[in-house]
Design a protein around this ligand. Structure first.
Ligand SMILES: [Zn+2]
Ligand SMILES: [Zn+2]
Length: 120
């Protein structure tokens, strides 16, 4: 997060919370660990929700990858459900453009991953 805030100061307004809806989403689909624009929140802007499982199951390079991906969603803004694929791509593109970090998807679960060496 410090790395991201240095590059994009507006990120200091973003808060990270644990979210039961996100826990449930993770139970339905094991590759979901975080979301932006939570349907549970009355004011979902500037909030990134996490499933607790992320911090139990994932190594730091995946947590950082997911975190940056969600910050990408925050930069792009909420998008229509039908544009889901584009929203994911747009989020990663925003991260590449503003932060200069390429998000990779690691098999088998295709979870976001970044090289921690790039975050300095
Ligand atoms: Zn949520
Ligand atoms: Zn996404």
């Amino acid at each position: 997060m410090k790395f991201a805030i240095r590059k994009v100061p507006e990120f200091k307004h973003i808060i990270h919370v644990y979210c039961r809806e996100c826990d449930r989403a993770h139970q339905r689909d094991s590759r979901l660990y975080a979301h932006s624009f939570c349907p549970r929140l009355a004011r979902p802007g500037n909030v990134v929700c996490w499933a607790e499982a992320a911090f139990v199951e994932l190594p730091p390079e995946h947590i950082a990858g997911i975190c940056l991906h969600e910050l990408g969603h925050q930069m792009v803004g909420p998008m229509e459900e039908s544009a889901e694929y584009d929203a994911e791509r747009e989020a990663d593109l925003a991260v590449l453009e503003r932060l200069g970090v390429a998000i990779k998807y690691k098999r088998p679960k295709l979870i976001q991953r970044v090289s921690l060496k790039k975050l300095v």
